[in-house]
Design a protein around this ligand. Structure first.
Ligand code: IPT
Length: 975
């Protein structure tokens, strides 16, 4: 992995690990500090006792007790109960709508995740040194309260550096002006990061599980593998402890133990060192190519702590612009089955962070331009528009299993059943206390999509059985043996266990097992005497011998078997295909089947209250002893079934109408290009030094950041006295990948050029990153007359600092060189410069707007800007123009209809900043891969008036393509 990553991500300097010391395993005693927020009842826990897994419940009240967290080499424990942490990564900053945080977190929980991994983005909260905003879409206290309410564990990851393909890798852009190497113990940087940690740590601290909150672990730094500084790593942890962080501290090492230090031992060591694994790489153009970056086995870095897959690939960045559907394919259900299940058994890891569960949007200049564009969909199980995918189904199948099956949280390597066909590989782990076995069955060659059968000689704790297994296509299974399943004893099954629950007052068990469609399955259960087997649905053979009840079947649809007597409480066994398994939902102890999503289900007396999403009217079946069913607040007629369940039918959504976008008005912009424009209030650019490691080609320094303009466009106006013999304007600009700059002289448009980037591998730095030579038309300049050069430079976002070398993230934005050259002598003309960029929006944050005239004067805002706006979407001249329209939505309150703005094919090279009600929701680039832009509810008024404003930056004569509001889905939701 390392070699390939280096080739991919650049050369790094490695530092060897300091000598080993061991870490303590008991983290903290309970603390009773109140968190001031509604805590969880029913936190997700996998218990050390095989039958008592508790799942999160939806509604909470009262006060959560504080918990004690410990760990050992097997797992984390919460109040003495082992926890298998199955978390998905979520970036609140990529979803600018706290109402939708709940939507996404409920979807994550319903997929069987019991936790979320959360980066906290320093730059997102801090427009200037000393200034921090934790309100509105930045209210992370609200986010953490929500995780508490939903009973999701949190791994808090505040950096200070986070990478994450976001601008500056999470650093605030003002850090570019701070002398001293970032991610080191340099005093300048130390002051800066302590300021951030001083703000974020107290928020995280009050939401720790040890104080009745949700935070179960704290991740220090991020993939800190190059140019490392142990004193810095140590200080981050000291800052955390001083702020009262008492949960285990973790780290996500890139990408296996060959990267050193691993932070497992020595100065700067963390308690639970984890690794990041991206076995599929980020080449979405070839979704069938597997394992580009290795086997994806989470390496154990410490003998005293659980193996931790801190980031495990659950999607991909679209590095080569294949489109995210291809990334979803690359990391689809087949990959998930083979890699996640293999890893679970091979590594024995019990802590996972799947990156990403939901990717979101790089709205408002959040993107790191080398890696991503506006969408950060990531090919994740939940799409950018919050829709559930086939990957979601697979996460649910695995997530329900791992969080149901408590013995999985403590396992050692065990002897695997012998396989009669060596092409069918087996591997096993077992719980040393319960004897429960977990057997991986897959193709020996994971990439093959062959169909192979084998007979396993399986020595289970209940005796030895020869059992047939079949692996059809790219697939893997984790089979269970010797498991006390509620009140039952599962001797073995060649079907996979989805989940099981004990319904009502412990009067019967319900278990769901599943397998590949058309493939035979065998399940053996133990009884004291022969039980009665009643096949309610499907074809299932049964035989009983010496205490063993053997069921034989083929996975087809959903078979139902009721087993009674035999000395145990009744068991309803549901045997389905993978597709059938995905129809089940679990909320607390309530098992349900049907609808598109069950967010929560609460049973009180005979009343079952369900919150669910439906794209059409559909059946909902509840495996609980209830007599009344309420779905989304409405009573639903029900009937009991022979399975002892309750069956009802819930209504779907009403059809909705979405308006077409009409009534556009357009206005040309860029008065800055005119020679007579009043720039008297602009900043004079007269600096001659910079802390940037990249030095300017000409003076004065024209770097936008050096004058406090950190995001979006920046304007320059240069004045000189013409000689009449000027031949060309020679510029050089760094915009970050994909950016452009444009030039006017005395109001005449001279053209545009691609802004450069300082390549990661540039050492020494590239002297000519973004050159542009613009010949001066004859007659434009007259001898002795004052001339004005106007330059508009885009800033695509700041580079990251993956290699901790300071050069990448501190590379400037804006002009790095500017001169006007005369004919003949080739001398340059002295120029005086002024610069103007945007100001941080106090509500929408520092990244939302740049320095376009329209942005500075509020054309992007809903309030109506005056001036001469012409009707329609006319052809546009090169330069900047704005188009605006309004539309009204009246979507039903209890329906979720995600909308996107779709760009049709236009003409000319252009890019468009999209403002919805003043929020910059993305940038469309003609010829780019993204045409659909998410309009998130919250920013979008789903019942009311909306303003859409487009800043069109045209390089040629341009017409925009058709613009349409496109509904992505329509669900009835809880409302
Ligand atoms: C690793 C980072 O930790 C994470 O922030 C994000 O960048 C992710 O990968 C890729 O999306 S970087 C690792 C792949 C080298």
């Amino acid at each position: 992995m390392r070699r390939i990553l280096v080739a991919f991500l650049l050369a790094v300097t490695m530092v060897s690990a300091p000598p080993a010391t061991s870490s303590a395993s008991v983290i903290s005693a309970a603390s009773t500090t109140p968190s001031g927020s509604p805590p969880a009842t029913g936190s997700p826990t996998a218990s050390g006792s095989p039958t008592s897994t508790t799942f999160p419940t939806s509604s909470t009240s009262g006060t959560s007790p504080s918990s004690r967290i410990t760990y050992d080499r097997y797992s984390l424990t919460v109040d003495g109960r082992r926890v298998l942490l199955w978390s998905g990564e979520f970036h609140y900053f990529r979803l600018p709508s706290p109402e939708l945080w709940r939507d996404v977190l409920e979807k994550i929980r319903a997929a069987g995740f019991n936790g979320v991994s959360l980066y906290f983005h320093w730059g997102y909260h801090s427009p200037r040194p000393g200034v921090y905003d934790f309100t509105g879409v930045r209210d992370v206290d609200r986010l953490l309260r929500l995780t508490e309410e939903l009973g999701l564990y949190v791994v808090a990851r505040p950096g200070p550096y986070i990478n994450a393909e976001t601008t500056g890798g999470g650093f605030p852009a003002w850090l570019k002006n701070v002398p001293g190497r970032a991610r080191s113990s340099d005093p300048g940087y130390t002051r800066a990061y302590r300021e951030w940690l001083g703000r974020i740590n107290p928020i995280i601290a009050r939401h720790q599980l040890t104080r009745g909150g949700s935070v179960i672990a704290y991740n220090a730094e991020n993939e800190y593998a190059a140019n490392t500084d142990a004193a810095y790593m140590e200080d981050i942890q000291r800052q955390a402890r001083d702020a009262g962080i008492d949960v285990p501290i973790t780290h996500n090492q890139c990408c296996d133990a060959s990267w050193t230090p691993t932070w497992a031992t020595g100065q700067g060591a963390v308690q639970i060192p984890g690794v990041d694994d991206y076995p599929q790489s980020f080449e979405c153009r070839e979704p069938d190519t597997w394992g580009t970056w290795g086997e994806g086995v989470t390496e154990r870095l410490s003998q005293n702590a659980p193996a931790y897959g801190a980031e495990y690939q659950a999607g991909a960045i679209d590095l080569n612009k294949a489109g995210y559907e291809k990334c979803r394919e690359l990391t689809g259900p087949a990959f998930m089955k083979v890699y996640y299940k293999s890893n679970l058994i091979t590594s024995g890891a019990t802590m996972f962070g799947y990156y990403m569960a939901f990717g979101g949007t790089n709205w408002g200049r959040l993107a790191q331009p080398n890696d991503v564009y506006t969408s950060y969909d990531y090919g994740a199980p939940i799409t950018e528009n919050r829709q559930l995918t086939g990957k979601y189904d697979e996460f649910k199948r695995q997530g329900l299993f791992v969080t149901t099956t408590a013995p999985l949280a403590k396992t050692d390597v065990a002897a695997a059943p012998a396989s009669s066909d060596p092409a069918v590989h087996t591997e096993a782990r077992a719980n040393p206390d319960t004897g429960t076995q977990f057997v991986l069955v897959r193709h020996a060659d994971r990439r093959t999509d062959a169909d192979r059968s084998s007979t396993l000689t399986w020595k289970t704790p209940d005796g030895t059985y020869p059992v047939p297994v079949q692996v059809k296509g790219r697939d893997a299974k984790v089979l269970v043996a010797g498991y006390d399943m509620g009140g039952q004893r599962l001797t073995l099954s060649t079907s996979e266990l989805l989940t099981h629950t004990t319904a009502g007052d412990g009067d019967r068990d319900v278990a769901v097992l599943y397998g590949t469609e058309g493939v035979p399955g065998t399940t053996v259960l133990r009884y004291a005497s022969q039980p009665t087997v009643k096949v309610l649905d499907g074809t299932v053979r049964s035989s009983y011998e010496n205490g063993a009840l053997t069921l034989g079947y083929t996975h087809e649809g959903l078979a139902r078997v009721l087993v009674t007597g035999g000395g145990r409480r009744p068991l309803l066994l549901l045997l389905g295909t993978e597709k059938e398994a995905a129809k089940f939902w679990r909320s607390g102890d309530v098992l349900l089947r049907g609808t598109d999503l069950v967010r929560s289900a609460v049973l009180k007396g005979g009343d079952l209250t369900v919150r669910a999403d439906l794209s059409k009217a559909g059946d909902i079946e509840a495996f609980v002893p209830a007599s009344r069913l309420t779905v989304n607040g409405r009573a639903v007629p029900v009937r009991p079934t022979p399975s002892g369940s309750l069956l009802g039918r819930a209504p779907g959504p009403e059809a909705v109408r979405v308006p077409s976008l009409t009534g556009w008005r357009t206005r040309a912009e860029a008065p800055e290009a005119r020679p007579g424009y009043d720039d008297s209030r602009w900043t004079v650019a007269r600096k001659t030094t910079t802390v940037s490691p990249i030095k300017p080609k000409t003076l004065p320094v024209l770097y936008a950041d050096d004058y406090g303009y950190h995001h979006g466009h920046v304007w320059y106006r240069g004045r000189f006295t013409a000689t009449g013999s000027e031949a060309s304007v020679d510029l050089n600009a760094i915009t970050g990948k994909g950016g452009i700059y444009q030039v006017w002289l005395n109001g005449r448009y001279l053209g545009s050029a691609a802004g450069g980037e300082q390549k990661d591998a540039d050492s020494p730095v590239n002297p000519d990153p973004g050159p542009g030579r613009f010949p001066i038309p004859s007659g434009l300049l007259a001898e002795g007359r004052s001339a004005v050069l106007s330059v508009l430079v885009e800033n695509m976002g700041h580079n990251d600092d993956w290699t901790a070398d300071d050069v990448r993230h501190k590379q400037p934005r804006g002009l790095v060189g500017a001169s006007v050259t005369t004919t003949g002598s080739g001398t340059t003309v002295p120029i005086t410069w002024k610069i103007q960029g945007g100001a941080a929006d106090p509500v929408r944050g520092p990244f939302n707007t740049g320095g376009l005239h329209g942005e500075r004067t509020g054309w992007h805002l809903p309030s109506s800007p005056g001036g001469d706006w012409r009707p329609g979407l006319p052809a546009l001249a090169p330069g900047v123009s704005w188009s605006r329209t309004r539309f009204r939505l009246d979507l039903p309150r209890d329906q979720d209809v995600p909308l996107t703005l779709r760009f049709g094919q236009g003409t000319g090279r252009h890019r468009v900043l999209i403002y919805l009600n003043g929020w910059n929701v993305g940038e469309y680039v003609s010829g780019g891969v993204q045409r659909d832009f998410t309009l998130p509810a919250g920013v979008l008024r789903t019942r009311g008036d909306n303003t859409l404003a487009l800043a069109v930056i045209a390089e040629d004569e341009t017409t925009l393509g058709a613009l349409t509001l496109t509904p992505v889905a329509n669900h009835r939701v809880p409302g």
